[in-house]
Design a binder for this molecule. Structure first.
Ligand SMILES: [Zn+2]
Length: 286
C-alpha cells in the first residue's frame, strides 16, 4: 500500500497515523518496535536538523531494513523541508512523503514552489504536504504558555486553505488551529475544532496535526474525528529520551556498554509511542 492508500484508509476508518520524528537509531528502533507490537501503520519522519544528522539515505535504508525485519510497513516523511533542493534530495533518497514548508515565504512564492514539489513528488508516485500559515514554536520544552505562542500567528482561514490546496495540488494540508510546536509548561494548547471542521470541508484533502506534544488527549481524539489523519510528534519523544538517559546514567555510573544504557531509554520511548498509537486509534490496522 502506498502512503496515499494508508491515509485514505485512516480517513475512511477515522484513525490517524502517527508521524514520529527520529533523531538517532535508538528513537527509530523504539518507534518501530512500538508499531510492530501494536500492529500499527507508522510514519517515521525527519526534520531538516534530523535529516542532516542521520543522512537522508540512511533514514530510508534503516526504514526498509526494519520493514524486512519486523514485517510492518514503515512510511518515511521528510518533515518541514524548506527548499526545493531539500525536497529533491528527499525524493531521490526514496522518502514516501514530502512536506514542503513554504509558510514563511510570501504567498505567491509558497504556491509556486509547492506546485513544483507536488509535480516532482507525484511523478514518482509520492505524497506531498503543504503548509500555509506558519506553525510556530519549536520542538523543545518551553516554560511559557502555549496560548501566548499560538496567538503570535493567525489561525488558518478555511477559504484561504482551500485556495492554497487548489492552486498547489498538495495531498496533505498542515492546518494551524492552535497546534504550536513544542511542549509548554505553562498554559496548555487549545485546538479550534470548529475551524478544523471547516478546513476539512473546504479543502477536501488529508489533514495533518503538527505539534501534538501536550495537546489534551480529548482534543486529539476530537481532531481525528474531524479530519486529521496524520499526527506529528517530536517534543515528547525528545523529552522522554533526555529524561530517561539522564536517569539511567545517574543510576548506573559503572555501566559502559552503550546498548545497555540505551536499551533502558528505548523501552521508555517505546512505551510513550505505544500510548500514542492507542490514542490515535491506529493499532491493529495492519
Ligand atoms: Zn511540524
Amino acid at each position: 500500500m502506498s502512503a496515499k492508500d494508508w491515509l485514505q484508509k485512516a480517513k475512511n476508518e477515522k484513525f490517524a497515523i502517527g508521524a514520529f520524528n527520529v533523531g538517532n537509531l535508538e528513537t527509530f528502533k523504539a518507534v518501530i518496535k512500538a508499531a510492530a507490537d501494536k500492529k500499527s501503520p507508522i510514519i517515521i519522519e525527519s526534520s531538516p536538523g534530523e535529516t542532516e544528522w542521520m543522512g537522508a539515505d540512511n533514514i530510508v535504508d534503516i526504514a526498509r531494513n526494519f520493514t524486512a525485519e519486523f514485517g510492518i510497513p514503515v512510511l518515511v516523511n521528510l518533515d518541514h523541508a524548506l527548499t526545493l533542493e531539500e525536497c529533491q534530495q528527499g525524493i531521490d533518497s526514496g522518502y514516501d512523503l514530502i512536506h514542503f514548508d513554504g509558510s514563511k515565504l510570501p504567498y505567491e512564492q509558497n504556491v509556486e514552489l509547492a506546485k513544483q514539489v507536488v509535480e516532482l513528488a507525484h511523478a514518482r508516485g509520492l505524497t506531498c504536504e503543504g503548509e500555509l500559515d506558519h506553525i510556530g514554536g519549536s520542538s523543545e520544552v518551553h516554560q511559557g504558555s502555549a496560548g501566548e505562542e499560538a496567538a503570535k500567528i493567525a489561525m488558518t482561514e478555511p477559504e484561504k486553505a482551500a485556495q492554497f490546496v487548489k492552486a498547489t495540488g498538495v495531498d496533505i494540508f498542515a492546518a494551524f488551529i492552535g497546534n504550536v510546536h513544542g511542549l509548554y509548561l505553562g498554559q496548555q494548547k487549545n485546538l479550534d475544532i470548529d475551524r478544523l471542521k471547516k478546513i476539512a470541508e473546504a479543502t477536501g484533502v488529508y489533514l495533518s496535526l503538527h505539534g501534538s506534544s501536550g495537546i489534551p488527549e480529548e482534543q486529539v481524539k476530537e481532531a481525528i474525528q474531524n479530519g486529521i489523519v496524520k499526527v506529528n510528534l517530536n517534543t515528547e519523544i525528545r523529552q522522554s529520551y533526555k529524561d530517561s538517559l539522564e536517569k539511567v546514567l545517574q543510576e548506573n555510573p559503572g555501566e559502559y556498554a552503550m546498548y545497555k544504557v540505551e536499551g533502558v531509554v528505548l523501552d521508555e520511548i517505546q512505551r510513550l509511542v505505544e500510548a500514542k498509537i492507542d490514542l490515535f486509534g491506529s493499532g491493529n490496522k495492519l
